[in-house]
Design a protein around this ligand. Structure first.
Ligand code: HEM
Length: 140
């Protein structure tokens, strides 16, 4: 895997992962418990991405972990995991890789920044604060 894609995946793991909901049509057995039919099941994708040992030192931003070893889809699924997984996954990764590679030609300096913020509604994501400014200086 190229380093830029690894950086995108690590960003998704720490800051963009979601939860998904599924309607339970048949009872599902999990570790001796039964999730009954008719329940709405919330699958905590973001939390699953912070589990050691799948992700050692899980809060650390470490793109290299995606290069050193591949995680199974059942362990790392920022774009969902079944028939309804994200149709924009390839596009997202390609755009992200291009952006990271373009940034590599510059030295970034954060000039002003509020703390990252996140809304409290469904599907809200972390984002930069309103006064965030990034100065990009071309590398010599
Ligand atoms: C960082 C970017 C993105 C993330 C993290 C993301 C994540 C996801 C996730 C987790 C799902 C599964 C929802 C579920 O199973 O209930 C999903 C579905 C979907 N995504 Fe994305 N997505 C992203 C960008 C995009 C883009 C750019 C497009 C379109 C160009 C897109 C189109 C879709 C569509 C159409 C579905 C529904 C697929 C279906 O229900 O069969 N996504 N996305």
């Amino acid at each position: 895997m190229d380093p830029a894609t690894a950086a995108v995946l690590e960003t998704l793991r720490l800051a963009q992962s979601e939860y998904v909901y599924r309607s339970v049509e048949e009872p599902i057995g999990v570790d001796g418990f039964v999730i009954p039919a008719g329940w709405l099941l919330r699958i905590c994708v973001a939390e699953s991405h912070l589990l050691d040992p799948h992700f050692v030192d899980p809060l650390r931003f470490d793109p290299g972990r995606h290069v050193r070893s591949r995680t199974a889809r059942s362990e790392f699924s920022p774009f969902g995991l079944d028939a309804h997984s994200c149709l924009g996954a390839r596009l997202t990764l390609e755009l992200g890789r291009s952006l990271v590679e373009a940034f590599a030609d510059y030295v970034p300096t954060v000039e002003a920044s509020e703390r990252p913020s996140r809304g409290n509604r469904h599907w809200r994501h972390w984002g930069v604060g309103p006064d965030f400014r990034l100065l990009l200086t071309p590398r010599e």
